[in-house]
Design a protein around this ligand. Structure first.
Ligand SMILES: Cc1cc2nc3c(=O)[nH]c(=O)nc-3n(C[C@H](O)[C@H](O)[C@H](O)COP(=O)(O)O)c2cc1C
Length: 230
């Protein structure tokens, strides 16, 4: 399938001011009963990934995450990327119970990015990495790993928005399960931070919905204060 080079007919990034991109980013969920066309957007997605990687990060991830047979990066996050055809195949292999709206979104998505963060190994006597059940130590280092991974995800959302691409940061629901990690060969030492759906602009008969909290945002006066010192 030819790659158009851009993900949609949205404005190219050069003509869009950063402030507009930040304001225009919003949660868009597309729920399809019938599969939307599975177009190949790999070249455009590669650019989004490259931009995501410019997020700040304070500390390299633990050596145990930099495996010879896996991904070697020092970044405290990993992005596992599924194209549209793989999304459809994953949908077919999900359990029917407790999958919620994820199957309908996998039927619509152009891309799904399972973004994980990489906890440091707990200081267990045997030194083993025990993150099963998403357990990790409440350390400053782990907090900063999560923060850096979140910044990478926000970069991804902003880069997608700048390309006119709809996005949705989901906790993941059924995608967090051991079975899905195993199926997609995601190491269980990683913790899912966001299942980021990218949707096409042509949504056919699919249902398109927004988010719950967007309209409840407060002005900065609600969450920021100027600090005064005499
Ligand atoms: C860490 C994180 C997890 C989220 N998980 C979900 C989710 O599981 N389901 C959902 O409907 N929205 C989820 N959201 C999206 C928020 O609901 C949404 O960002 C919020 O309502 C504000 O709306 P906006 O993104 O349109 O500004 C998540 C957002 C973040 C940052």
């Amino acid at each position: 399938m030819p790659d158009s080079g851009t993900l949609s007919s949205g404005k190219p990034v050069s003509s869009v001011r950063m402030e507009d991109v930040i304001r225009r980013r919003k949660t868009v969920k597309v729920l399809a009963e019938e599969d939307l066309p599975a177009l190949d957007r790999s070249e455009a997605v590669k650019r989004l990934l490259e931009l995501s990687g410019w997020a700040p990060f304070h500390r390299p991830c633990d050596e145990s995450h930099r495996t010879a047979d896996g991904l070697p990066g020092i970044e405290p996050w990993r992005f596992h990327v599924l194209d549209a055809a793989t999304c459809r195949r994953l949908r077919d292999r999900l359990p029917e119970e407790n999958a919620g709206k994820i199957p309908a979104m996998l039927a619509a998505a152009e891309t799904l990015i399972l973004a994980t963060w990489l906890p440091n190994p707990p200081a267990e006597p045997d030194g083993s990495l025990q993150v099963t059940g998403n357990l990790f130590e409440p350390t400053l280092a782990n907090m900063e790993h999560i923060a850096a991974a979140s910044a990478a995800i926000q970069n991804l959302l902003l880069a997608a928005t700048s390309q006119g691409v709809s996005s949705y940061w989901s906790s993941g629901g059924v995608l967090r399960t051991e079975a899905v990690f195993e199926l997609l060969e995601i190491p269980d030492r990683e913790v899912l931070l966001g299942a980021v759906f990218l949707f096409p602009d042509q949504t056919g008969n699919a249902q398109v919905v927004g988010s719950k909290l967007r309209g409840r945002r407060g002005a900065p006066e609600h969450w920021a204060r100027w600090v005064a010192l005499e």
